[in-house]
Write a protein that binds this ligand. Structure first.
Ligand code: ADP
Ligand code: MG
Length: 515
């Protein structure tokens, strides 16, 4: 019994010793894990600090944007901002009448549109759209093959649409042509294709007039249609905005990439001496994705992302604000955190895959409103094929998304105010503080498109908040961001109408309104 008792005591003693040892190991592990977690928080703090965009810094970005706009207008290559001339000097104003067509070519699909305009800003723009994909072999064939294919589809579309009203081959039709490849515009209806992107490689087309190639194919295929305007999608967005609201003076897209265009006085376009337009204005395509300034808060994440991108030192602004990159920045931050702590070890291998974290997924996690961040857990597990994510890690992920999106949205807002400043619509910093908020402040509308703005609520809210901070409430209330939809298609058809040879009704005022 005693023995048993002693033995039992010995066992108890051993258990106690073991328990102390285990507890010691556990404490050691906790201490180490606590230390590592603190290092993760250190990375977070560093990120927060380097991503900070207080209003003073945003104002510096605003000024830099306006200065770069000046420089890009002063001389070719004078700035990272290309400030491309579009030769569009008339924007649709709602008086347009008739049937117009558009062709939108920008990727492996192209779209054809027909728009019927009845004047008086025909409220909802009844229109028909058809989309068709371009067969793979035509993307690397000859320009004649490609445009014959497009012209045939367009002709069939026109016949189908006009059948009810009696299709007549003689009738002359007018077309707006939107191209989302780099084009050097030579007139409102002509432009040289600089290079192909997105899988196209039609060598005989590069260095030639893309509108002319289309025009020749339309004629060859017996479609009586004239290419009236050749534009890029930004200009289409501005045109659509202006059609709905004549106070629209700029357009901004924040989607996969980002860009902006605006209405400029021709006498401010110094690099093109002697430029005369009937309106005295011209739409300028800023190509603002390539904007750069030392005032942009650049961090090691931005530098590494840029260095490893296919186009280093290009599109610096775009790499900080557009949908292509935001998720990737978040991935880089979290990868860095995972190197500091084992809380991420289970998923570090997949986390090393560039661009695995897409911006829509980032947005979904960021906007997870459930109390225990279920969505974050689910999305993260699906993406990286890992077990459940601890709650504090979920919170950390949300926080990183928030920091990255907030900076992006605030910088985009500074870009917008840069345009207002350049055009004297920022309510004071140019014209003197006395005009701040006074009655002379004009209403300014910016047409805006792109999923970051339209579908990512937090992005949109941060952008609005920053606009109010930079401009002040009084001035900000005169600024309207108006979402347009399908500027690249509808806008081109509207531009065909406003640049059409059909005489405008009497009493039509010049449709571009500027200071
Ligand atoms: P485009 O490719 O012509 O720019 P969009 O304006 O629709 O088309 O932008 C698409 C981009 O926006 C995607 O590449 C993605 O990064 C981002 N995106 C799409 N949906 C969302 C979303 N719900 N939240 C955040 N970003 C999104
Ligand atoms: Mg788009």
């Amino acid at each position: 019994m005693g023995r048993i008792g002693v033995g039992a005591m010995a066992v108890v003693g051993l258990v106690a010793v073991a328990a102390v040892a285990v507890a010691g190991v556990a404490v050691g592990r906790r201490v180490r894990s606590g230390r590592r977690w603190r290092r993760v928080l250190g990375v977070l703090r560093e990120l927060e600090e380097s991503y900070e965009t207080p209003v003073g810094r945003l104002r510096q970005v605003v000024d830099a944007m306006a200065v770069e706009m000046h420089a890009g207008l002063a001389s070719e290559g004078g700035s990272k901002l290309k400030m491309l001339l579009t030769f569009v000097d008339t924007l649709p104003n709602g008086d347009e009448k008739g049937i117009y067509y558009a062709l939108d070519l920008g990727g492996t699909d192209f779209r054809v549109l027909q728009v019927q305009l009845g004047g008086r800003r025909s409220s909802i723009l009844p229109h028909s759209v058809e989309q068709q994909s371009i067969p793979q072999d035509l993307m690397t064939s000859t320009s004649e093959d490609l445009f014959d294919f497009i012209a045939t589809s367009l002709k069939e579309f026109v016949e189908r649409k006009e059948n009810s009203s009696g299709y007549s081959p003689e009738k002359r039709r007018e077309l707006g042509f939107t191209v989302s490849f780099p084009v050097k515009q030579t007139s409102v209806s002509s432009g040289i294709l600089m290079r192909w992107t997105r899988g196209f490689a039609i060598h005989d087309m590069v260095g030639k007039d893309i509108a002319e190639s289309l025009q020749l194919a339309l004629t060859r295929n017996g479609l009586n249609m004239r290419v009236v305007v050749l534009v890029n999608d930004m200009v289409g967005t501005l045109a659509l905005g202006h059609y709905h609201d004549p106070d629209t003076v700029a357009s901004v897209v924040i989607g996969t990439g980002t860009n902006a265009c605006y209405v400029e006085r021709t006498d401010a376009i110094i690099k093109c001496q002697g430029l005369v337009t009937t309106s005295g204005f011209m739409v300028v395509n800023m190509e603002w994705g390539s904007f750069w300034s030392s005032h942009l808060p650049r961090t090691s994440y931005d530098i590494d992302l840029d260095a490893e991108s296919p186009n280093p030192n290009e599109q610096g602004f775009e790499k900080m604000i557009s949908g292509m990159y935001l998720g990737e920045i978040v991935r880089r931050v979290i990868l860095r955190m995972s190197q500091e702590s084992d809380i991420f070890s289970a998923f570090s291998s997949k986390l090393s895959i560039p661009f695995i974290l897409r911006t829509p997924l980032m947005a979904a996690m960021h906007e997870d409103n459930s109390p225990d961040l279920r969505e974050v857990d689910e999305k993260w597990r699906q993406m990286l094929e890992v077990p459940e994510v601890p709650k504090k890690v979920r919170k950390l992920i949300v926080k990183v998304c928030d920091i990255v999106t907030r900076r992006a949205a605030r910088l985009a807002a500074a870009g917008i105010v840069g345009i207002l400043k350049k055009t004297g619509r920022d309510g004071g910093s140019i014209t003197g503080s006395r005009s701040r908020g006074d009655a002379r402040m004009r209403r300014t509308v910016v047409a805006i498109e792109g999923s970051l703005y339209t579908s990512y609520t937090m992005f949109r809210e941060y952008l609005h908040e920053a606009l109010r901070e930079i401009l002040g409430e009084d001035i900000a209330q005169h600024l309207v961001l108006e979402v347009t939809e399908d500027g690249s298609g509808l806008g081109a058809a509207l531009l065909a109408a406003s640049h059409s040879s059909t005489p405008l009704p009497p009493n039509t005022v010049d449709s571009v309104q500027m200071p």
